[in-house]
Design a protein around this ligand. Structure first.
Ligand code: DQA
Length: 145
């Protein structure tokens, strides 16, 4: 079962970017953890990162055609700004789980509102890289059971 993992803007800088908030792992480290965890569930994860809203929308729209069974997305700052990504998630039939490294409910007011959360199957926020691993576990229960 293929799972698409979408990392939004600035997440390519993980490890160097505000490590006190986002931790010291690089995006490659996080993707390696995702691959390790996914293997246990027999999922085939494919991780992509983009700083461009339209590219993320294209990936969401094409996910079913590319035979993905579900999407894990960290929309990063687009979480708080992008009606277009929200609409793309709402438009597709695949289940989408939103994840955040930091606990967005415990941050600046402008981060506390997610435009995308309401159209996702659920949100996991605040566990660092483990947020992605919890999302894989959620998919195991959603898709396999
Ligand atoms: C983030 C939280 C967002 O507010 C922020 O813009 C990010 C990362 C997180 O994973 O904690 O870039 O999505």
């Amino acid at each position: 079962m293929k799972i698409l993992i979408i990392h939004g803007p600035n997440l390519n800088l993980l490890g160097q970017r505000e490590p006190e908030i986002y931790g010291s792992l690089s995006l490659n480290d996080i993707n390696a953890e995702i691959s390790r965890e996914a293997r246990q569930f027999d999922f085939k994860p494919e991780s992509r990162q983009s700083n461009h809203e339209g590219e993320i929308i294209d990936w969401l729209q094409n996910a079913a055609n590319e035979n993905f069974s579900g999407v894990i997305i960290n929309p990063a700052a687009f979480t708080h700004t992008s009606i277009a990504i929200r609409d793309a998630i709402a438009a597709i039939k695949l289940p989408v789980i939103e994840v955040h490294l930091s606990n967005i409910s415990d941050r600046e007011e402008f981060r506390q509102k997610s435009l995308t959360a309401a159209v996702c199957r659920g949100t996991i926020s605040g566990f660092g890289a483990t947020s992605y691993l919890i999302a894989l576990t959620a998919f195991k229960h959603l898709l396999v059971h």
